[in-house]
Design a protein around this ligand. Structure first.
Ligand SMILES: [Zn+2]
Length: 136
């Protein structure tokens, strides 16, 4: 599958959507408010935020919240992630965790992934983030 890179305006709009939805995160334990905005191949944007729980292991990341919303909205058969952006409400760096990398990979190994690392904005792909990701 060839990668059609988003232009800068679309990339920036996706990052801004991620930053906005980070404000809805439920993060009373970490105070680390993360948002994700996912662009499907058909142009729809789904958003997600992290949702923590008093039983910490039940916490769900912003990326997976957005992906699960997209599955619920489109049906898994129709979902191919074109790009996903991750941002925090207060500008801290935040790369997708290992679990989220595998879940992004499931819905398109060539999905573009944007986030802020220690040295600024990172533009990469699910495959680059998870070289040995697997699909059944
Ligand atoms: Zn995660």
């Amino acid at each position: 599958m060839s990668i059609q890179h988003l232009n800068e305006d679309k990339r920036d709009a996706l990052l801004e959507a991620a930053r906005e939805v980070a404000g809805r995160a439920y993060a009373p334990y970490s105070n680390f408010f993360v948002g994700a905005a996912l662009l499907t191949e058909d142009g729809t944007v789904y958003r997600g935020c992290n949702v923590e729980n008093a039983s910490f292991g039940l916490t769900n990341c912003a990326e997976r919240t957005a992906i699960f919303a997209a599955v619920a909205g489109l049906g898994a058969d129709q979902l191919s992630i074109r790009a996903i952006a991750v941002a925090t409400a207060h500008g801290q760096p935040a790369a997708p965790c290992g679990a989220c990398r595998q879940v992004i990979f499931e819905f398109n190994p060539d999905a573009q992934v944007f986030f802020f690392g220690d040295n600024g904005m990172v533009s990469t792909t699910a495959r680059e983030l998870l070289p040995y990701g697997f699909r059944l």
